[in-house]
Ligand binder design. Sequence first.
Ligand code: AMP
Length: 579
Amino acid sequence: MLEKMETVDVDELIEEFETITKDAERIQRETLRKILEENASAEYLQNLGLNGRTDPESFKSCVPLVTHEDLQPYIQRIIDGDISPILTGKPITTISRSSGTTQGKPKFLPFNDELMETTLQIFRTSYAFRNREFPIGKGKALQFIYGSKQSKTKGGLNAGTATTNVYRSSTFKAEMKAMQSQCCSPDEVIFGPDFHQSLYCHLLCGLIFREEIQLVFSTFAHSLVHAFRTFELVWEELCDDIREGVLSSRITVPSIRAAMSKILKPNPELADLIHKKCSGLSNWYGLIPELFPNAKYLSGIMTGSMEHYLKKLRHYAGDLPLMSADYGSSEGWIGANVNPSLPPELATFAVLPNIGYFEFIPQRLGNLESQVLCIEPKPVGLTEVKVGEEYEIIVTNVAGLYRYRLGDVVKVMGFHNSTPELKFICRRNLLLTINIDKNTEKDLQLSVDEAAQLLAEEKQEVVDFTSHVDLSTDPGHYVIFWEVSGEVNDEVLKECCNCLDRSFVDAGYVSARKVNAIGPLELRVVLKGTFQQILDHYLGLGAALSQFKTPRCVGPTNKTVLQILCNNIGKSYFSTAYG
Ligand code: AMP
């Protein structure tokens, strides 16, 4: 049906969304019923004694909360080729490899047509709301998307990153066309075996089709910034390729060369125009609208750990609006950004009540209860959450995950009809902690933002950052790794180090620092290109650039990344903020 669809009916989609969100509680019950009925024969559910019951109360009393680790033995059997109904009624034929950038190693998750359909539903919904406010015309999208290596598991199942599984699907392509967001690069570029070569060709295709480009997209904002940082380095070579109509010798993959030769023709006027435009820019400010005069906006996930890249992205984007994309994971999508005109810092995600069954563990209550009673707090339902409260999100999806702890903390900012609008806060288990201190990914981000202002006064920026708890010293201390754009003198960096230390305002941290139960924070400035090495390391492990997220905390078990960081230390400073 999708192949036949020419364009998406924006009004109808918005109407549909309004209808399901007005009746979120009933739709949640129905969705749960459907999931449990369709998968009633799954061994996992059979063993839990539901006996055909599909109501939320029975579900919650019979089915335990689980983590990925708990499900690993079941998933492993699927990977190994056991086609009996294990987690789902119908056998799973595709496996998603999650990026693994937050945990250090990739996770394997079931993927199926139903999950694909929920993905498309999220894309359609946010597109409809976006297009109502920022309509795009007929044309193409410059999409920095990359397929990861697809492999076969021992049992013969296809395995790729979730984004690769989505990009490969024919329904996805038809849908993108219907949304006027067809990628301007050929498939050979998207699915090429070398990310650097694919990126170069994405840029080249973007320039060739520059007049037609309606929007610029990547899954995560990091890839957008990475793409235009690369453009700064290769732009003259790109111009040469366009002038001569001959692809750079850096592209060695035969299938990419063949596909690009059909697109690339000598065009000296275009080459001169791009050359002139780039030469006229001041420090690349406003590069994107200069290159793509008909682009209406930039889109991608810009929240959470991506917020760090917003400053650079705004620099490249000039006046073009930034549209923060939706909220989801390899485990399934959760919410759509239905208020696209809000800046990414304020973006929220309205949960689609028919794409999964969602529960929420209150965090405030959680801390209190778990401290006093040492018990796991009780999750509440989608429509029972309270505005202003933070929750850990629990997902039951259409691909065999039941009451699965995703590991994300979200805050309820309001309601769209009766479904909550969530703000992504942080990964739950990304904690910098030594004793009584607890600092999350968000706390780290705030602290880095504060200290980076001192760098901004020197016209420098933090290219990327991560952290580590160093327990090899007594007392242990926080280590923050920074890659800085240019030369900065020692005095400024010393001050940045003090500022980082002072900006962790968690009461536990401050009191432990005051009595030296936590040692002075250490700022290690790493050499240029260190974070590129980390990215390359993950790509080598099979991660896709599309899904890459710099790990914001590197634990002791993530030895290779720690090694890369420690091998590249340029300078290091210890804080004197606490005397
Ligand atoms: P992956 O495991 O690669 O599928 O990544 C999924 C994770 O990325 C989620 O669990 C979140 O932690 C993060 N993520 C996804 N969407 C967003 C978003 N819109 N804002 C912030 N973080 C997000």
